[in-house]
Design a protein around this ligand. Sequence first.
Ligand code: SF4
Ligand code: SF4
Length: 211
Amino acid sequence: MQHDTEATIDAGEFAAWLQAIIASLRGDAGIEVPCGDCVGCCVSSYYIPLRPEDHAARARVPATALASAPDQPAGQLMIGYGPTGECPMLEAGRCTIYADRPQTCRDYDCRIFAAAGIEAGGPERRVINQRVHAWRFSYRDDDARRRHDAVRAAAAFIRDRWQAFPGLCAPTAPTGIAVLALKAHAVFLDPATASLTDTEKAQSILRASRE
Ligand code: SF4
Ligand code: SF4
């Protein structure tokens, strides 16, 4: 997924980012994304959950901005999107409820796709994919490089060997693949993994993701 002719953007030091994003995925801490002027997340046909704890956002999002999403959990409110994929809370390229935006918007970090070596999705995620291609991580040492290789190997395995997972429980959407690869990348740091069967690798990934 290398596009070296495009402008690049500093994604930060990989090992430090990896530690921070795993803490964020566990809900232990937030993460700052150097988005600049990018609003890729806001124009990419995402349904945004309005959770009960999103008090400030729920007070500001009008009923006309809500929509029903496929597989929406019972009682879960969702912000929808317009025909061009834009969030209805975006106006003139700015989030009109930025200070009160939902937690999902605060947590989104498209560097997970750059780390996993995959795109965020198809044409509807074009703006995010441009940023994914532009991110470049730096590495403080060889261990950081090995960890990045391990994340990419885990993502490729989850994407390509999904049938090896018990009950076909592997995620198939890009976000799920990237998140599982980040959580379970240590499996691919272990040289012994190379001699495991695909089923054993899948089981190791699931175990590691729960630790
Ligand atoms: S696509 Fe990435 S850089 Fe752009 S707004 Fe979303 S998280 Fe930030
Ligand atoms: S609520 Fe704001 S930050 Fe979240 S997707 Fe909509 S415009 Fe973007």
